[in-house]
Design a protein around this ligand. Structure first.
Ligand SMILES: Cc1ncc(COP(=O)(O)O)c(C=O)c1O
Length: 398
């Protein structure tokens, strides 16, 4: 039994983060300021994209991306049923229909051949998710989308820093969206960031995140959108050219993000060594299936999710998750299938059995504690507890 809790995730905050957040606080400029711009540049550069638009969550970023692409009622958007709910909810929020396709059981991303089969004349986009940070098939989705002249909206909320076949996450779609909730590789507390090479799309997102205010010229990004309290230089503060929202990221959050971005390579390296420690420790266990990372991938690990062998049931997995939690070890059933959520079933008639691979995988996956500062001893305790609980399930079966 661990002496203290081993959480599922824990943000990694150092003196640098504290110093930069304090400096933002003391700067007197708490919104629409230089920290947001710096954060946008750092993340867009990392994604190999020309433009970055910071927003207050990954969900709002995805929603803005769909709106900027003019996706709405009557349109269909293809996505995975095996993801965090926001990757399908953004389609609903835009008024379009999420069309799910089953996943490939090896990488847990959408099966590319099923993506192509699901395309109809109503299909207006593909929300392609790098599930758990794994970029498998992203290049293939992009090729399919190009053939049908529809955009890929890359939901790379879990994949900051991943590189696949030489291309960074965020650069496979017409637009990509990162998320910075505290369980992510880096955090801004809450936050997200849209990346794209498409200037018009970036400008639309920039305007919509800020109440539909006019799009500032690139030479006047700060002065054209003066917040109340400073003398408006252009008079555009109360001009609203389109339906917009307040999806702005505050300077304090952006400062946290800038500090985290400066440490990104160290953070990714540390996460890689934690993942490898788990792989070494659990890789030979016949009751478990480890994550599969394809050749050509430089993986940015978001979580460490293992799955029980196919003979295990959902009830057995749930008992193991509860058993870990009873020992103060964080664990969660990442992810329940989105199409089986009651409101998806009611609105679209999705039913169990429609996406059998996603359903089978989703009954057997469990996330283990995964964060930069987890110790070797804690990893060992997690693995011992997991193995013991799997052993207990086998005793009950016998
Ligand atoms: C794949 C995926 N998409 C979208 C989101 C939504 O991001 P947020 O929680 O910042 O709104 C998340 C994360 O939480 C995610 O993991």
């Amino acid at each position: 039994m661990p002496e203290s809790e081993i959480p599922l995730s824990r943000p990694d905050i150092t003196d640098l983060e504290e110093t930069m957040v304090l400096a933002a606080l003391r700067s007197g400029r708490l919104s629409i300021g230089p920290m947001v711009e710096q954060f946008e540049t750092l993340v867009a550069t990392r994604a190999g994209c020309r433009y970055g638009v910071a927003v207050n969550s990954g969900t709002s970023g995805l929603y803005l991306a769909l709106r900027a692409l003019n996706i709405g009622p009557g349109d269909e958007v293809i996505t995975t049923p095996f993801s965090f709910v926001a990757s399908a909810n953004c389609i609903l929020m835009a008024g379009a229909k999420p069309v799910f396709v089953d996943i490939d059981p090896v990488t847990l991303n959408m099966d590319p051949s099923q993506v192509e089969e699901a395309i109809t004349p109503r299909t207006k986009g593909i929300v392609a998710v790098e599930t758990f940070g794994n970029p498998a098939h992203m290049d293939t989705y992009a090729q399919i989308a190009a053939r049908y002249e529809i955009p890929v909206i890359e939901d790379c909320c879990e994949a900051l820093g991943t590189v696949y076949k030489g291309r960074p996450a965020g650069h496979f779609g017409r637009v990509g969206v990162f998320g910075f909730y505290p369980n992510k590789q880096i955090t801004t507390g809450e936050g997200g960031l849209i990346v794209t090479d498409d200037q018009r799309l970036a400008e639309l997102c920039r305007s919509m995140r800020n109440q539909g205010r006019p799009i500032p010229s690139s030479s006047a990004t700060l002065s054209a959108l003066e917040p109340p309290g400073s003398a408006p230089s252009t008079g555009s503060w109360l001009r609203h050219e389109r339906l917009g929202y307040n999806f702005r990221l505050a300077e304090i959050n952006a400062a946290l993000g800038v500090a985290q971005m400066k440490r990104l390579d160290d953070i990714l390296e540390r996460r890689q060594s934690v993942a490898h420690a788990y792989l070494d420790r659990l890789g030979g266990n016949p009751h478990l299936v480890m994550p599969t990372i394809l050749d050509g991938t430089s993986m940015s690990w978001f979580v460490f999710v293992v799955r029980l062998a196919p003979s295990y049931t959902g009830e057995e997995r749930d008992r193991i998750v509860r058993g870990l939690r009873r020992q103060d070890i964080g664990s969660v059933d990442y992810f329940p299938c989105i199409h089986l959520l009651p409101f998806y079933q009611e609105q679209f008639g999705y039913r169990p059995g429609m996406y059998p691979i996603a359903e089978s995988v989703s009954q057997r996956t469990l996330a283990l504690p995964f964060f930069n500062t987890i110790s070797t001893r804690e990893i060992d305790l997690v693995c011992q507890a997991l193995e013991m609980l799997i052993g207990q399930e086998n005793l009950t079966r016998a």
